[in-house]
Design a protein around this ligand. Structure first.
Ligand code: FES
Ligand code: FES
Length: 164
């Protein structure tokens, strides 16, 4: 049995303490089971599906592949922290408006990934979007409505920028 450890993580702008953790626990496990942040989903635990996506110091990662104790000192952003007040982000609203959510299991990871993608590059070229979201698998939608949602966010952001 491994020795338990206590450490803190910077999650969504606040310090959260992990009590009686274990060194080998993944960030996904700790977020969900120890810190009560169940937004990131556990589908494969092998880095294959993207359902557990979070941002670690601004980089999109599969939280199932990151050791939680190694993430001390990093800024972790989960789906729960995308907006400061818990309101829907524009990406979440677009997923709803485009009907891009079916069972919803892939949705939190996809939304984190789309936020990250649009921060880096707002191209709406379909093949590029497909390529950049290739790490996030969805078994339900066939991806068409997810692409619609991405285009909706991009066009709404462009309109908002043009309007100012
Ligand atoms: S649960 Fe992490 S990539 Fe699938
Ligand atoms: S909506 Fe079911 S896996 Fe994507």
């Amino acid at each position: 049995m491994t020795e338990s450890i206590t450490y803190s993580l910077d999650v969504n702008g606040g310090e959260l303490v992990v009590v009686d953790g274990h060194l080998g626990e993944s960030l996904l496990y700790v977020l969900r089971e120890r810190l009560g942040l169940a937004g990131a989903k556990n589908a494969c635990e092998q880095g294959e599906c993207g359902s557990c996506s979070v941002l670690l110091d601004g980089e999109l990662v599969c939280s199932c592949l990151v050791m939680a104790a190694a993430a001390t000192g990093c800024a972790i952003t989960t789906i729960e922290g995308l907006t400061p007040d818990g309101a829907l982000s524009d990406v979440q609203q677009a997923f709803i408006d485009a009907g891009a959510v079916q069972c919803g299991f892939c949705t939190p990871g996809l939304i984190v990934a789309v936020h990250d993608m649009l921060e880096r590059d707002d191209s709406t070229v379909e093949v590029e979007i497909r390529e950049r979201l290739a790490g996030n698998l969805c078994r339900c939608t066939g991806y068409g409505r997810i692409l619609e949602a991405v285009n909706l966010v991009a066009s709404r952001r462009a309109e908002a920028t043009d309007g100012h």
